[in-house]
Write a protein that binds this ligand. Sequence first.
Ligand code: ADP
Ligand code: MG
Length: 717
Amino acid sequence: MPLHDLQVNIGSMKQIPPRSLEDPIQFIKGVGPRKAILLEKLRLTSIEDCLYFLPFRFEDRTQFKNISQAVIGEYVTLTGEVLNAGTMFMGRRKRVFEVIVQDKTGVIRAKWFRFNETYMKEKFKTGQKIILSGKSTLNKRSGLEIIHPDTEQVSGEDVNSLEIGKIVPVYHVTDGLHLKSMRTIIKNVLDKYLHLIEEFLPNDLIQRHEFISRADALSQSHFPPQGTSLSELDAFKTPAQKRLVFEELFLIQLGLAFRKKHTGEVNTGTPLKTRGELIKRFVKLLPFTLTGAQKRVLSEIMEDLEKEKSMNRLIQGDVGSGKTIVALTALLTAVDNKMQSALMVPTEILAEQHYLNIRPYCESLGIELSLITSALKGKERQSLYENIRTGKTQIIVGTHSLIQKDIQFKNLGLAVVDEQHRFGVLQRDAIGKKGDHPHLLIMTATPIPRSLALTLYGDMDVSLLDEFPPGRKKITTEIFYENRREKAYGILEKQLQQGRQAFVVCPLIEESDVMDLKAAVTVLDFIKDRFPDYVACLIHGKLKKEERQDIMSRFLKNEIQVLVSTTVIEVGIDVPNATAMIIEHAERFGLAQLHQLRGRVGRGAHSSHCLLMAYHPVTEEGQARMKAMQNSGDGFIIAEEDLKIRGPGDFMGTRQSGMPLLKIANLLRDIRVLETARKEAFLLIDQDPDLKAPEHQPLNKAIHRFLGEYLELMQII
Ligand code: ADP
Ligand code: MG
């Protein structure tokens, strides 16, 4: 129901009895149009939204402390009397509202930097008894204080308060909506709707895991029963919280199990003949023998390709583990079966790189290979599209331009998507629609933590490329600050003297950022001055394709020794003679990106150096990232570190990946529960693939409500 309709009906609304958890939040006493708008800012529009809007923290107000017991840096709840309150001025502009509170042991100051003066003056009158809750800090000048505390006036009838003598929930709120009213709203929601909260988990599952009911779980996750331990609450480990975490992960895994089942049953893929003539000729062309892992992964792929059902496989392999050859073998297998194949990558530079890498093989094998870039215009583009449509072009390399509407394949048999995490579920599906259920191979450029893999790619079969080609030499990673720059240059110089080559990478956060480009030019000039005996060149995303290719091929031929670049070299570039890399402003880069960049060295027979140049001030996170780089070369370990440093919400742009956002579960904290949820979900879908059994109807409804749009994207419903 739109909000404006509600506003008209507001008078009668309050009387309407609860119907379902989808009822609008205005059904709740105390929520009028104004509050509804504020709640909408927090994405709370229905009763159910509120039920699942869990506190992010709890406060133990079962015990009040004396002011003298407040520990600097810790949360504390105090009661006292307002001694004085008013606006203070700090300098000309800055205003602070200060309330001095005292008890029999001492004095503490509560301070607000954003406040409504009239409101505050009304609220905090001398002599008023209040409760004060927040983190106490020490101000050198004025002593003990709490910035922006939660406060509450104490009056006689407050015995039954939601706020006192209990462990109380703390919610994220928004300007104009107080924590206290948030608590009251949630409490009212629970009181009015608790009886409508239905169980949807299957009975046997509930018993196996001794879960509490959904209604109890929701109620207790907001207002913990007497005696609940604060540390258990903070760790999200109370029975109520555990049940809700499970529930969320279980629904997602059910969706993935559905999807996997569905791909298997509905998709009739084209079985391919593997290890044919072309592949045999190709393997003979390789200047090396395949690693054990490459062989194993390839045979897993071959097995998939021979099936009626189309392949849906993810390859996880660290930088430099040799994914390209694996991909190419798959691409060629399709061609060997008179079908087309495509390689989709996230950036044009990487597309060019792959194209250049693959081209010699294709030329030797007499295979038509094309590169699609956005730079292609007019006739050239027309004729390329025509060749793809008629099937003259056999292997196509490109960015997401491959999935544009105007590109039609004659018969796309197989698609490889490199660096899937930059694309997301949607594009993964889009390339699949370019053919009649083509086989799909997805590669991650860097490993991702297991918990995330199970969630993002939980419907796919996974192959691990967990072995490096032989003879890889060590990469030493060191952190430098500006004052030790010359030291880093010394290391670089030594490599150059030995005939090696080097990268100097400058951050370019935004492709359009002119300032950063200027910085890269400055770095180039500096390098030219410092290393006059060597050729240094700058490569960046704004250069024309021809210029870029020219620079890259000169670097490959060692006509250029130092390649100064923006992050365009992040992925895919393969120059074994490059053994040193300086990363400027290393503190600014993400961990996955640093690891990718470092993967550009250490690819040949010589040991290599990765020199992280950092500039003060470095954030704690920046420091943690560089340390992680220094401590480990293992992409899987680094990925776990990254998840820890960044937190899961942010990790690898999960937000754009098309995955439903986790509201309750946390991939870092709840990996155990995730594994259990996954096992249970796949088991259930095995037993009842369409959740048709009468006892699974509540679950069936729940999964549709929960995954809604996502299920549609996955083409499950
Ligand atoms: P990534 O997994 O990062 O894409 P690449 O496919 O670019 O790795 O391979 C890294 C380097 O290792 C390339 O120079 C490639 O030619 C080489 N390579 C791949 N497989 C082998 C192998 N079995 N033996 C020796 N070198 C290999
Ligand atoms: Mg690669």
